[in-house]
Design a protein around this ligand. Structure first.
Ligand code: URP
Ligand code: ZN
Length: 461
């Protein structure tokens, strides 16, 4: 059946124009005006924006983190994503058992995602130790599975040290793979965490003090140098949170370093470490890196405005406030790290970004849709309104208003960090591959309808 999304204001990362999108089956067939409407289903988008379905390249569905499991599995989490205008995720795998092969988590993630996800999904691999077989498996997995990116951590139990990171980068350069890195200085963090707890400083307000911005900046700078020494190996810095970290990115750009990108998240643009002052409420925002200061928010908005950053993802990693998060009530270091965000991103970024004049409509699409797809080998199938692309669209009404509240959300967590935020504009309809999967905040898709995405090469590789 043909569908025509009619008379909308179509927004891409480079153009805004009034027009129609003609859809045949799962694909966009044409973009223009004056299409033959005979026999077609018409979706009226007049007065509305038509955006590409958003792509969130940093989620942690069903994550096992130590003794805790994230609240959202691939069903709940992707229903939340769909209702929030996100039609594709690329999920970061949890660590597997010590010493496991890279294939172990690939197989595990197919087991936990397949048949559950309601939107299209891919995986980033995870590298938790380095040896000859791991290095060989990177290319094998990229070729056989279309997993063309792997994540490494500079902190946590299965962190890589510099020699491991360097070997992985060299291999990635050879194989055309992107290495996504969580950049924080492990030694300083561990010292500070111990120091605070030993001195009875156990409340959430010590969480940001135990992971200062300097830890991020040092690790971002070191990682950029390692990538430069590996012949500008493809590097993607996840969840940049601080002005200090941003300065390292800016410096590398000025020095002409190639093949790297940096992501930030709505929480680092809109929330501050003031939230940690309340010993209970503060638990909701325990995440790594932590929330920073207003100056950091402003610096990151400035970097989006100036096109210094590349993407806005969520690091969606929800735990329930009434349950798992309470593990941190007596000791912030015992709190599982992470917060929900996949459903909130689109509305928060439109309202706080576009409506407040901090970013343009094009930048909104670039950071939430097009660049994430480009970075991770999904463009132009995803993130684009072009003939031949998947018919993943969001019809958005800029005249509507919504107060964000957990009561209207669809994930399994019991809170949102944005409770009470007045959001300008709202999502009318979300379409995935030509099917309406959400309308007026109601989920209309079906369990297991999401498809696994074998990704191609990143523009960084
Ligand atoms: O606190 C967070 N972000 N938890 C998820 C794991 C990670 O560090 O990305
Ligand atoms: Zn993460």
């Amino acid at each position: 059946m043909r569908k025509i999304v009619k008379s909308g204001t179509i927004v891409t990362d480079s153009h805004v124009f009034r027009g129609d999108v003609m859809i045949e089956g799962e694909k966009i067939r044409a973009v223009g005006t004056g299409f033959d409407e005979e026999g077609a289903e018409i979706l009226d988008a007049s007065g509305k924006y038509v955006f590409p379905g958003a792509v969130d390249v940093h989620t942690h569905m069903d994550l096992q983190a130590g003794k805790y499991r994230a609240a959202d599995d691939f069903y709940d989490g992707t229903v939340a994503a769909a209702c929030g205008g996100t039609t594709t995720i690329v999920d970061h795998m949890a660590f597997g058992p010590k010493g496991c092969s890279l294939w172990h988590q690939v197989e595990e993630y197919h087991r936990i995602a397949d048949g559950k996800a309601v939107i299209d999904y891919g995986f980033h691999g995870v590298i938790q130790h380095v040896d000859a077989s791991v290095l060989k498996e990177m290319g094998e997995i990229a070729g056989k599975e279309g997993i063309t990116s792997f994540k490494a951590y500079m902190t946590y139990d299965f962190m890589l040290k510099d020699d491991g990171l360097f070997q992985v980068l060299k291999q990635a350069k050879e194989d055309g793979i992107v290495i996504a890195v969580h950049c924080e200085n492990d030694g300083v963090i561990n010292y500070l965490r111990r120091h605070y707890i030993e001195n009875g400083c156990t409340e959430p307000k010590y969480h940001p003090l135990s992971r200062p911005a300097g830890c991020e900046a040092e690790a971002v700078g070191r990682m950029l140098h390692l990538a430069a020494m590996a012949q500008d190996a493809p590097l993607y810095i996840v969840h940049l949170s601080s002005r200090a970290g941003l300065l390292e990115v800016t410096k590398a750009r000025r020095n002409g370093q190639k093949n790297f990108a940096a992501e930030t998240c709505p929480q680092y643009l809109t929330l501050t470490d003031g939230l940690y002052q309340d010993p209970q409420e503060g638990l909701k925002a325990i995440m790594s890196p932590p929330l920073r200061k207003k100056e950091d928010n402003e610096a990151l908005w400035g970097a989006l405005r100036d096109n210094i950053l590349d993407t806005v993802a969520t690091d969606h990693c929800p735990f329930c406030f009434g349950k798992e998060k309470q593990a941190g009530a007596e000791d912030f270091t015992a709190c599982p790290n992470g917060a929900p965000g996949v459903e909130e991103r689109f509305r928060v970024m439109y309202s706080e970004g576009v409506a407040k004049g901090r970013i343009t409509l094009h930048q909104f699409v670039k950071y939430l849709c097009t660049n994430p797809a480009r970075m991770y080998g999904l463009y132009p199938q995803k993130g684009a309104i072009l003939p031949g692309a998947d018919a993943d669209l969001v019809i958005f009404d800029p005249a509507k208003r919504r107060i964000l509240t957990h009561a209207d959300m669809h994930g399994a967590a019991d809170y949102t960090c944005y409770e009470g935020l007045p959001a300008e504009g709202d999502i009318d309809l979300v379409m995935q591959r030509g099917n309406v999967i959400a309308e007026n905040n109601r989920f209309l898709g079906s369990r297991g309808a999401g498809r696994y995405l074998r990704r191609g090469k990143s523009i960084l590789a």
